[in-house]
Design a protein. Structure first.
Length: 123
């Protein structure tokens, strides 16, 4: 019976190891997953971000005369000026927002991140 050479065995091992590695990217996962689509091609503050803020952020915490962390997310300028901090807080496991509740759905987080990356426009 013939045995495989060491270089051939090494090549097979390396090929197997490399083929088992992958790295998921949120954008690619949502882009290619038709069961769980998340359209971030044209994120709008009025149509996408405001409803997220209204449902998860401003109903009791980040609105009114004494908003939490002095951040009133019913005000566009405050939201824009705090955009990077908002992204940090919705992704920070130790200080997860919304406080006391479940994390925002991945698609909503992705939309907020896209809005911030686009310069947090008032569109």
């Amino acid at each position: 019976m013939k045995t495989l050479s060491k270089p051939l065995l090494s090549a097979i091992f390396i090929a197997m190891a490399l083929s088992s590695c992958y790295n998921d990217n949120k954008e690619e996962v949502y882009e290619n997953n038709t069961d769980n689509t998340c359209d971030t091609s044209s994120v709008s503050y009025a149509n996408d971000i405001t409803p997220i803020f209204e449902q998860s952020c401003t109903s009791g915490c980040h609105s009114g005369t004494n908003p939490a962390a002095n951040l009133d997310l019913t005000d566009f300028n405050e939201a824009k000026n705090s955009a990077n901090e908002i992204v940090n807080r919705i992704n920070d496991i130790g200080a997860l927002m919304p406080q006391g509740g479940p994390s925002l759905p991945d698609c909503e987080i992705l939309k907020i991140e896209t809005w911030v990356q686009d310069g947090a426009p008032n569109n």
